[in-house]
Design a protein around this ligand. Structure first.
Ligand code: AMP
Ligand code: GLY
Length: 425
């Protein structure tokens, strides 16, 4: 079969690579893809924009593609799955109604309240004065979130009341565009964060291997929030007992309520969790898509052919898919970013050492890269996700860092402490 992957990040490179591992996959097309998918044997980039739903439908129909896999949240929130399904295509990714679980934090909070899913206590505000008045009596730290999609920048964990007020004002002054017209203020959770990505057909929901991400730019998990600077799977913070709780208290009730609301949800439900010291999982947020860079560590461990899983979701027969098979191994991913990210950064720098990194046994997933004149150059904030699988967590991490040492580009930055919590535990 042939399939289309929509997106241009490390997650989409990993999806294309994993799909192509299956003998059942003849070709992958990627819209618009990146330097990694451009150079992946069996994969072809198509020069269409992410919001060109008509163009995407046309190429998928003309090429007889069996499945469209949507990577990023924005096209899902804009209704790409609805549009492509109406054109008769099979899509992995929720409808616009389902994507609200990520695209509106207020909507997600209301869903969690109704389904009695454990999450931080929160209030939603549509004007700054009321939000600021409410803040005065709240314990610190306190979390201020722009309601809509803000590319990971809409959340402030405020240590002082002044910082919380500033975050509220910035949102209502339009710093996040329409995403900030509504603000969620919620209690600050403590514990360890973890990501459980689950695949669902809207009836059945199956968790993938739990992962942990380092969201902050600086070592020791300090500094600004990013899309994610490094991940690993599995993670000792999610024990089998905790995963059972995530399934029973979070994933099942969420899918049951979406179904009750007649929302067609076929794709990934990603639960961003805080695990308390007592082992209780609480939802920080839901995402309506695969995590990036969680996908880069989860997929290399999956033994079941990926297209079987995605098709079972898209065709609403996940209940009859045999249990997923996983490699008894660990995976680690270290992100190389352009200096300055997540603020402004340079683009266009040539990247050296990709073959040498692969020769060390790593999978080098491209995030922000482009193929230009036969060479790979940086084109985004997160540039590469250097990933390795090992028998143990330490082996995986060692290989990823050994491969990273081979790579060079101007302004390159990466964290040298990915996995420090596991090493401490
Ligand atoms: P979100 O976009 O909701 O995942 O938030 C981004 C990051 O902010 C999360 O990964 C957490 O590190 C942090 N965060 C969000 N909400 C909370 C909360 N209620 N308590 C503590 N940290 C939070
Ligand atoms: N790595 C965090 C995310 O995908 O949202």
């Amino acid at each position: 079969m042939k399939a289309l992957v929509v997106g241009n990040g490390g997650r989409e490179h990993a999806l294309a690579w994993k799909l192509l591992e299956s003998p059942g996959i003849e070709e992958i097309m990627c819209v618009p893809g990146n330097g990694g998918t451009a150079t992946l044997p069996g994969c072809r980039n198509l020069g269409l924009a992410l919001d060109d739903f008509e163009g995407i439908a046309r190429v998928a129909l003309v090429n007889n593609l069996s499945l469209v896999v949507v990577g990023p949240e924005q096209p899902l929130a804009d209704g790409i799955a609805d549009y492509l399904s109406q054109q008769g295509l099979l899509v992995f990714g929720p409808t616009q109604a389902g994507a609200q679980i990520e695209a509106s934090k207020a909507w997600a909070k209301a869903l969690m309240a109704e389904a009695q899913i454990p999450t931080a206590a929160a209030r939603v505000f549509t004007d700054a004065a009321a939000a600021i008045a409410y803040l005065q009596a709240q314990p610190l730290p306190i979390v201020v979130k722009a309601d809509g999609l803000a590319a990971g920048k809409g959340v402030t964990v405020a240590q002082t009341r002044a910082a919380a007020v500033a975050a509220v004002e910035a949102a209502f002054e339009g710093q996040f565009g329409a995403a900030g017209h509504q603000v969620v203020i919620e209690a600050c959770l403590t514990g360890q964060e973890a990501s459980v990505l689950a695949v669902t057909d809207g009836d059945t929901i199956v968790p993938l291997m739990p992962a942990q991400d380092h969201k902050q730019i600086g070592e020791g998990d300090t500094g600004a929030n990013t899309g994610g600077m490094g991940t690993y799977a599995p993670t000792p913070v999610i024990t089998p007992e905790i995963l059972d709780k995530v399934q029973e208290q979070i994933l099942e009730p969420a899918i049951a309520l979406l179904k009750q609301r007649e929302i067609d949800y076929r794709g990934v439900l990603y639960a961003g969790l805080m695990i308390s010291p007592e082992g209780e999982p609480t939802v920080i947020e839901f995402n309506c898509r695969f995590g990036d860079p969680e996908t880069q560590v989860v997929l290399p461990l999956l033994e079941t052919p990926l297209e079987e899983v995605l098709l079972a979701c898209a065709e609403k027969r996940l209940a009859s898919l045999p249990p997923l098979r996983w490699r008894a191994a660990s995976a680690a991913c270290v992100v190389a970013a352009a200096g300055g990210y997540p603020d402004s950064y340079q683009k266009g720098m040539p990247i050296a050492g990709l073959d040498a990194a692969a020769a060390k046994g790593a999978l080098v997933f491209h995030a922000g890269t482009q193929l230009k004149g036969g060479h790979i150059a940086a084109s985004g904030g997160r540039v590469l996700g250097v990933t390795a699988v090992g028998e143990t967590f330490d082996n995986a991490l060692e290989t990823a860092y050994a491969a990273m040492a081979e790579i060079e580009f101007d302004t390159m930055y990466y964290r040298r402490d990915i996995g420090f919590r596991v090493r401490q535990s």
